[in-house]
Write a protein that binds this ligand. Sequence first.
Ligand code: UDP
Length: 303
Amino acid sequence: MPRKGEREKGRWGDVETGSRGNVKQPGFSPSLPLPVSPTPRLPHSPSPPLPISPDARPRVNVAGIDVDNLTEEETIAAIARLMESDGPHYLCVINAAKAVAASRDARLREALGQAALVTADGMSVVWAARLLGKRLKERVTGIDLFTQLLAQAAARGWSVFFFGAREESVRGVVERFTREHPGLRVAGWRNGYVDQAESNAVIEMIGGSGAEVLFVAMGSPAQEYWIAANLQRTGARFAMGVGGSFDHLSGHKRRAPRWMQRAGLEWLYRLLLEPRRLWRRYLVGNAQFIRLVIRQWRSTRQL
Ligand code: UDP
């Protein structure tokens, strides 16, 4: 976190609102007390028996990362089982840029390696698997999974905590989903601009909230580092990193039109909206990802 925070400081310092410097609350969000739904817990409905042991699960290695070969529905069923098993557990999503970052960053690789589930966030990962002669059933994006999990949380009575993004985004996402799912139990929320001194207080805040499911929206690799290092101490049973989802779902940033998402062009849309911030991630990142996959393809042919 501190590494990311330090790096982000200048970046957000240029932003008109909600920059790190402008975040009004150095500690907890003033938006507390939090809306806790009076809806009683619903009994858990039985989930289909999917194997959750890493050895038993079908996985496809793409650019050095083992990706679970599950549909979105199967992923949700697997998460429901994880919620009932000894934990805590977390899920990471993977795209081209993150795979390239992981090939150079041992800490990120380790965080991905310890994830109970890893799904393909980017179409590039699905295409790469195909090139390698393997098939991933479908792309399971972080933002869609997050939305589906909120519906599941409301139905199953899981209490959720939203951690990350700027105050207006996290607040907006809480407002939207409590409106859409009146039964949703929101344990709490906190913006993602946290320096090292505040980190323990945030962990205690999450722990004190009794949250069972934790969504962390700090971008990569900060969110993967944070979850791998701190999930155990938060007391949550399950966590996932959701990147910029709070910005998109609160309406503070637009998401690519459906046809671009389906065509695997979401990255291009984001690049056109924020070229200065994202050109390196997408243009350089995509080229490096292709190189990694071709190298892997060559090595599998030599076997
Ligand atoms: N962010 C944060 N804390 C920080 C830096 C960034 O909470 O110290 C948030 C930022 O406000 C944004 C998200 O992290 O909501 C990163 O979004 P990005 O689009 O980069 O994530 P991606 O989905 O591409 O991983």
